[in-house]
Design a protein. Sequence first.
Length: 117
Amino acid sequence: QVQLVESGGGLVQAGGSLRLSCVASGLTFSIRALGWVRQAPGKDREFVAALSGSGLSTRYADSVKGRFTISRDNAKNTVYLQMNSLNPEDTAVYYCAAFRGLGISDWGQGTQVTVSS
C-alpha cells in the first residue's frame, strides 16, 4: 500500500520561502516519477512540478518556473519542493503525487500553504 506523507506547509509572508517534503513508502521509490499538485480554494487541482525516478528530468508549471525547485533523495524516499518568492496566488493545499505512466496513481493527504500579502 502506497503512502505519501507531506510536511512543511504553513503561513508565510509574500516574498518568503517554504520547503515541502514528502516521504513515500510502499513503492519502489527510485524508479517512480513523483511530483506536486496544488489546489487553491474554489479552483481545480493544478500541476506544479514533477521529477523522474532518476532525478534527471523535471517539469514545472509556467507559473512556478524560476521560483520553485523539485528534488529528491532516494536514500530517504523523500521528494522536496523548495518554494521561493512566494506570492498570495501560491496559496493552496499542496499534494504529493506518484505517477504511473502519464497519470497519477497515488496521492498524499495534502499540506496547506498560505501566503499573506
